[in-house]
Every structure is written in C-alpha cells, then in structure tokens.
Write a protein that binds this ligand. Sequence first.
Ligand code: B3K
Ligand code: ZN
Length: 869
Amino acid sequence: MKTDLPQSFRRLEYRPPVYTFDQVDLDIALDPSRTIVKSRIEVLPGKSFEPGAPLVLVGQELEFVSLRINGQAHRHFELTPESLTIHSLPNEGKDKFIVEIISICVPNKNTSLMGLYVSNGNFFTQCEAEGFRKITYFLDRPDVMARYRVTLQAREEECPVLLSNGNLLKQEKLPNGWHSATWEDPFPKPSYLFALVAGKLACVEETITTSSGAKKLLQIWVEPHDLNKTRHAMDSLIASIHWDEKRFGLELDLERFMIVAVSDFNMGAMENKGLNIFNTKFVLAQAETATDADFANIESVVAHEYFHNWTGNRVTCQDWFQLSLKEGLTVFRDQEFSADQMGSESGRAVKRIEDVRLLRQLQFPEDAGPMAHPIRPDEYQEINNFYTVTVYEKGSEVVRMYQTLLGREGFRKGMDLYFQRHDGQAVTCDDFLAAMADANNKDLSQFQRWYSQAGTPRVKVEEVYDPANGQYHLTLTQSCASTPGQKDKEPFHIPLKTRLLTAKNDQPEQLLELTQPTQSWTFQNVTERPVLSINRNFSAPIQLEFEQSEADLLTQFSVDDDPFNRWEAGQRIAMQMILGDRLPDAQLINSYRSLLLDPNLDPAFKELALTLPAETYLYEQCSSVDPQKIFMSRRAFRKELAKQLQLEWAALYQQNQTPGPFKSDAQSSGKRSLKNLALSMLLEADPKIWAPMAVNQYQVADNMTDRYAALAALVIHGAKGAEECLRDFFSRFANDALVIDKWFALQSSRPPVDGKDSTLLEVKRLREHPAFKLNNPNRARSVIHAFCANNPASFHQPDGSGYAFWVESVLALDPINPQVAARLARALDRWRLFAQPYQGQMKAALEQVAACQTLSPDVREVVGKALAD
Ligand code: B3K
Ligand code: ZN
C-alpha cells in the first residue's frame, strides 16, 4: 500500500529565489462565479539564478487561460494543479522579461476564505500566508517584493466601491454598466500583503497631520448600517499613529490608510499595505452592543495591524519560519501601546497581568504539547498552523526580554538600527538580534536560544538566609523539558527582575541574568529574613519552582510593591489550595478582604486578584489530570470565597456603580469589571437571593458590559430568570451578528450547574438553530470552539460524548474551512496529560479523525503530531 507521508518544509532548506519580480500589473474583472485575472509581471534573475533555469510559479484552484512572454504567445510550460513551470525563457532568463498570464478563479465557491472570496455579496481577499496563489500564478513567497499597480473592474451597481493597496490613480466608467479603479502602491511588497475589496460599502473618514506635517486620509469602510459603530476604531487608529511616532519615531508612509470590516474572516485582522482587512468583531463597537473587553480588543487589534506597517511591511520576513520576527515584535508593540493607553502605572500592571494570564492559559500548554515549537519553528507541514500563541505571545515575551536587558533606550537604539539596516528588505530573526546586539554592544549570542529551543524553561529557587552575617544566598537552577524533536536543551539567557522584600524596605530591585545551568548570588546587608520577590513583572516567560511557605506568599500578596508579583502570590496560594482540594482558610480570606477594602488599589486590579487561575492552567500543574475533579475543587473554592465575603461583595457591588452617561475609559471599565465580579460572586454564594438583582441589572443596563455580565451570571449559576433573559437577549439583538455570537457562545460555554450538565445537548440544539452557520467562522467558533475549547468541564465527559462531538465537528468543518477546523483540532492536544478514562477516549477520537482519507494538510498535521510517539 502506498502511504503518502505529509510533506514537510524545513527552515534550513531555505534558498533565495531563482527569479524575482519588479513591477506587477494586475487587471482583475470581478465576477463572483468567474473572475478573470490578467497579470503582467517584470521578471528579473534572483539571488539563486542560473542561466536557463525555468520560472516556477505556484497557483491553486485556478483555471489557466493563456501565457505570453515579451508579448508573444509562449508554449513551453507545464501545468500541474499547484504550479505553472515556464521553460525556454528569452536569453536564458538573464535579462528582464515580461510574463503575461490570464487565469480565472471562482470567488463564490471559495469557503476557505483564503485568496479572493465573497462575503455578504462583497469581494474580499486574504493572502497571508499563501493565499495569493489562489488569485493568480505567482512567486508567492515573502522574499519576492514587487511594486503593484492594480486595476479593478466590476459592475457598478453591484460594486460601487473598488479598493486596493496604496493610492487611487484613476476611476473610469466602462460600457455595459461596468466601471474600474486603478490603484498604485509605491512601496515594494510581498504578495501576502496584496489586498482588494469591492462591493457596497460606506466609510467614515478623517484627515490627520503626522509628525512631519503631512496630511493623511484615514478611512474605515463597513456595510452602511454599521457606520455608527466605527468611532472607537477610528479613535484607536489615530491614537496608534501618534503613539508610533512618539515611542519609535515611525510615521505613516502612505497618503491614505484604510480599514475594511468583513463578517466572514478566519482570524482577527490582516495588515495588507494601506488596506487593512478586519473581522467585524475587531472594528464595530458601540456601548449598547460591545463590552469593555471588546473595546479593549478593538483598540489593540487596530494598533497591532497599524504597527505592522513598519514591523512586517516595510521590513518583512525572509521566509515563514521567521514569522515571529514580525508577529512577536508587533504583539510587543501593541501590548506596550495598550499599557500606555491605560494612563497609570497600576493600569499598566493590569494590562501586564492580563497578557501573562493569556500566555499561561494558552501558550504554556502549547509549549508542553505535541505541537510545541520554538518561536522560530524549524519545520512545518502547513504554515497556517503556525500562527500560534507561541509565535505571537511567547514571541512578544522574547522581544520584551530584549527591552528588559537593554533598557528602554537601548531597545529603541536597536530598533533604529534595525530600520536603518533593513528598510525595504525581507530579513530574519537573526538580523533583528544582530541589530539589538550591535546597537548596544551587548553579546546576545546565548539569548539566541530563545529562538531555537521550544518548551517553557523551569527555574528552581533555593534560598538560605544567614542572619549572623546579614547575608542572603540565592541559587537558581534552570531546566527545560524535552519537546518534539528536541531532547536536550542548552541553558537560556534569563533576565529575572528580583527584589528582597523586608520590613525596612531597604533592598533595591536588581536584574539577575541567569545564564548558567546553576548560578548563585549573595546579597549583603540583609538584616532580617526577607521574602523573595523574583521574576517581577514576569520579566521572563518561565515556570518558577519555588516552595515558598504560605505565610511568605500571604506576605507577598499583601505587601509586594510589584503589582504583578502581588497578584501572582495570590494566584499561587489559590492554585496550591485548589490542587490540594482545600478551601480558602481564614487567613487567606482575611488577605482577600483587606485587598478588596484597600482604597489605594484599582478596581481592575482587585478584580484580577480575586479571579481564580483558569482550569487549563491548573491542568499544566498536574501529572495526570482529572478534569471533573479540578472543576469541582475550583468551583468549591470559588463558592467559599463567595460566601465568606458575601457582605464585601454586596458592598463592592454598590460602590462600583458607574452612574451617568456611559464612559469607556480605564477607570470606568475597571469599576464595571469589579462590580460584575461581585455580582457573579453573589450569585455563586446564593442564586436565590441575588438573582433578582442580576435580572434587574440585565433589564436596566445601558451598555453591553453590564447587560452581558448580568446575563452570564444568571446563566452560569443556573439562576431563576436566566432562560427568560436569554430569550429577551436574542430578540433584542437578532439583527446584530456579533451580539448573537455572544448569545451562542454563552450557552455553549455554560459549565455544569449543581452537578447537572446538559450543555452538550444544548450545543447540539444550537447547531440546528436557524441562526447557526457553519460557514461563518465567528458563528462556528461561538458554538463549537466555545464548547470544545472554553468549557472544559462539559467537554471532558467521562463517557467521551464531548469527544464524539469534536470528531463530528472537525470532520464537518474541514472540507469547508481547513484553518477553522485545524484550530478546533488542537482542542485534544494535551490528551496524554489526562487520567483515564479521558486519555483513552481522546486518543480514540484523534484516531477517528486521522482515519479520514481526505483530511486537509492543516488538520492532518495537527492530529498526526498529536498521535506521534
Ligand atoms: N498577519 C495576520 C495573520 C494572518 C494569518 C494567516 N493564516 C494578522 C496579524 O497577525 O496581524
Ligand atoms: Zn500580526
């Protein structure tokens, strides 16, 4: 029997292109069922050129029509389903020649949402990573950077708006009701940054003046009925532009910058040059329909895509293994931007805690599982599977460590040198490291291992206090578990911000650089036994192994001047108790109480401090996970916290009201978050008493944060009024897709109530709901992913019914949209960590999917790696 082994791509097999492109002219006649693409490409020898080499272009799902070279029909070519290979080039390809190709694609059959597709009757593209090859035959790789001139043609009635990258050159009326628009992008770019949008859209616009005094036109394009939900995105864009000028000296380089919202989109958004395309979820907001979290996410995604204009577009990636070069750096930039927007030091800390919580909840499991990879992977089968929390979030932590090691100014010098050297180029992570090292005269050769080694390093802490000599000895030992393909690891260069906490408050913060397997430090003049505060502000993305007494943790939880570590101490106590199946004791309750009553602390910080570690993070602390047991211990702990502090919760609920007109600033949203935690805790303590208050909040709320929080509290605690409010919510917002997504997601992520679990049944009913659409990624995720990935207690059923649902869903989604299916397939990554019977059933489910003969490469890679020994 012939077994087709999946094809792997390897980083070390990178070869520069044989040919490269200079000017590219595209002429695209848009028709949903038959779009004709004419390309005219100026081709030049590339870095790997040899005379006589054929020109190999890639193309997928295209109908080939014709080929001309230097104006003449050309017959020497071979066509496969994935390529067009052109032989017998003029003068053996040594001089510039012109290739003209005509091909056809079918946007309205394209459900993968890669390449050119139709959504609500409008045309959109998504080309990163390898979607351009679904539009025309091309050198679809990021190290081929060309200048584009694009003419779009369409029927004017159906597509009054025609957009592409860069500047609008001209618009023309054509015969038979057609019209055209020609766009030119002055900056050379790789094909993955190409975009076009066409259809019935409307825009809001503003003109701003940038630091050099230039005027720029900013536009946000949406469906006309959504125009009233664009203000926040526009404000976020303007703030991002100014921030990048101020913090990094980077100015907007185009005359016009456009954002377009689309409701069918695989991910969050895409940074196409001058024409960002966004999932509606990350553009549209108004107080009545979007929560504070939505507002914050919009601000950070708008910033992220805008920041890519320099980190990603002006300087791009040599190959897709270098993805973190642009993504890790750009996430770091958007995190810093959002932190600065919070307007206070404690606001910054809140943002930092949220980011770290996400990293630990999602990236730590990835780094310990079958898909673990370094932030710069060495091998992939399907690049779309590597847009991961490792490449993005851990990548950002690695960039943050440069800043920690070099200081803000040193980091800025490194960034300046990076742009000075590489503007207009496609480069590697090594180039970034070299710029940082050279600008600061710092040896970062060992730091390089963060790019090449996967896995979360562990740092073991041993401490000895010597009162007689006033000395404190600290010994740190680092290790890192094996990950797929990487058995033994070399020591990392780990920056650890550290401070000894003493009653006298007389020890300064220091930066310890752990570079050896084991390293010791001695602190002098320590006149009392200190409490160690290490890895402050989470200066390195590691797991600490530190057997700190609960007394010391409580001290830290009350007095640590580093807000991150203060929060962290609370999380560690709670984690130890939950994993030990213990309830919070009187001392801990008292600490929580003082924290809640402390007038100097931000409500947002209090909310984070009282939110328990996520179940998936708790799993990672176990050698054999019993998901039901962890759910019950965590829930019992929460209930006790709710009951013991019931008076405080009731008071906080009253004190953190935000009367008057709705405001979306950090202070107001912090208050809402604490108030709504209080509401949820009150329902946890006693749903009978407190349900009417939640119903009332649901009914009178003037904003989505409060309305949704009240609804969620009712639903999660199985309180009276929940079903009625759910019905009301649906009819109130039936015309707003993003709100209806919330309605689906809330029901799919409803955990068991009082030992009763009917969520899977409910999820199956929701799948039959008239408003459910498997083809729409947001909607599919709001039901299927919400259940399989965000509702661990209902998903991990001892009878395996959750896994059977997962098998069905992966197999149903894969033929429609491999990227969305592959994301779902990741839900069983950690199967080996689970106890029986879960483990055996998860394995069987993975095998069932793997047995399907027609899997996409995306899903094939995920299940193949999950099952590999
Ligand atoms: N660069 C895009 C992600 C593209 C994902 C392709 N599968 C969004 C971003 O990171 O900004
Ligand atoms: Zn990005």
